[in-house]
Design a protein around this ligand. Structure first.
Ligand code: NDP
Length: 329
């Protein structure tokens, strides 16, 4: 099978040279194992952290070993009663066209109205991140103002729509005028192009009553501007900091502690897997809202196994709207 391994650890922004394409021979199936054909591969910002040395909340990728991440695959040979030929599974798999697995950590993709790739997006890890981060940590109430950064991405577009379902006023930030227009078409009350706007002025205009909830996907200057407009008892879900994932020096900026103190705000970081026991509840509720037409979703699908590194690198250039996916077969 074709496989993509980690050739070197990036310094700063990753490049194509950090990845190697190899052909590897797969072992014959043992009892309980299945042969999987990869259909869709998810590229995600958190994978940048796994390219570094040193343990974070997930172990680093090993040099010379396949990169792995979320994928949807089809069982094409089976020595497992639980996973007959033709089953569709979702879980963490190596960046390979084919792989051998024992089924651990994989779940069956349920039949339903949603495209199977949505189990890597709206009905998978990013959707659950939005669901628990917003509803459990931010807890927006009707009439409150919610800001989400990275709003046109896989997580962000779900956050904004969920906040609308809760009856909040929703403001998103994103990196192009096309994304801003898209967010408004999704029902966001306001959307700001952070690359061209004067952020403090744009936020003041969009959030005249201040900000009650902030779902932070990006950090940096956007977050600095949001903290300046927090209301008393604001809740902040610290989900991601993509603006600093490629930083070679520790980012510096205004210190937020004073704002948190004077507003009695609550800042909470979280990892979606903290909520793994509640994933069924999240998938059920997201599926229901999707089926009722209350949630819409977007994917940027790149075709071809050889495009995986490029699709991953594109995350850091804002090339995706919604979930970045590679269609492998
Ligand atoms: P996205 O689909 O949002 O893709 C990344 C987007 O980030 C790009 O499209 C780009 O959009 C934006 N971006 C890239 N560089 C910058 C920058 N320097 N400043 C501001 N925006 C930038 O990814 P996800 O929705 O999958 O993830 C969003 C965030 O959530 C990430 O930080 C990720 O690490 C985090 N995350 C955290 C989880 C958790 O458990 N805590 C789980 C899943 C995701 P634009 O055009 O707007 O710049």
């Amino acid at each position: 099978t074709q496989t993509i391994t980690l050739a070197s650890r990036p310094k700063g922004v990753p490049t194509a040279e950090n990845f190697t394409f190899e052909t590897r021979k797969l072992p014959p199936l043992a009892a309980g194992q299945v042969l999987l054909k990869t259909l869709y591969i998810s590229v995600d910002p958190y994978m940048r952290g796994r390219m570094n040395e040193g343990k974070s909340y997930v172990p680093p990728f090993e040099l010379g070993q396949p990169i792995a991440g979320g994928a949807v695959a089809e069982v094409i040979e089976s020595q497992s009663e639980a996973l007959p030929v033709g089953s569709l599974v979702v879980g963490s798999l190596p960046w390979q066209e084919f792989s051998v697995a024992d089924g651990q950590g994989l779940s069956r993709v349920p039949a339903g109205p949603a495209p199977v790739s949505y189990y890597l997006g709206l009905l998978g890890m990013p959707g659950l991140t939005a669901y628990f981060g917003l509803l459990d940590i931010c807890q927006p109430k009707a009439g409150e103002t919610v800001v989400v950064s990275g709003a046109a991405g896989a997580v962000g577009m779900v956050v904004g729509q969920l906040a609308k379902i809760q009856g909040a006023r929703v403001i998103g930030t994103a990196g192009s005028d096309e994304k801003v227009a898209y967010l408004k078409s999704l029902g966001f009350d306001e959307a700001i192009n952070y690359k061209t706007a004067d952020l403090p002025a744009a936020l003041a205009a969009a959030a005249p009553n201040g900000i009650d909830c902030y779902f932070d996907n990006v950090g940096g200057a956007i977050t600095d501007a949001v903290y300046n407009r927090l209301n008393n008892h604001a809740r902040i879900a610290l989900c991601g900091q993509i603006s600093s994932y490629n930083a070679t020096e520790a980012p510096v900026g205004p210190r937020p502690e004073g704002k948190l103190l004077t507003t009695s705000a609550r800042l909470q970081g979280f990892i979606v897997s903290n909520y793994h026991q509640r994933f069924p509840e999240g998938v059920q509720q997201l599926s229901e809202w999707y089926a009722q037409g209350k949630l819409r979703y977007e994917e940027t699908i790149t075709e071809g196994f050889e495009q995986i590194p490029a699709a991953f690198l594109g995350l850091f250039q804002g090339e995706n709207t919604g979930k970045a996916i590679v269609k492998v077969a």
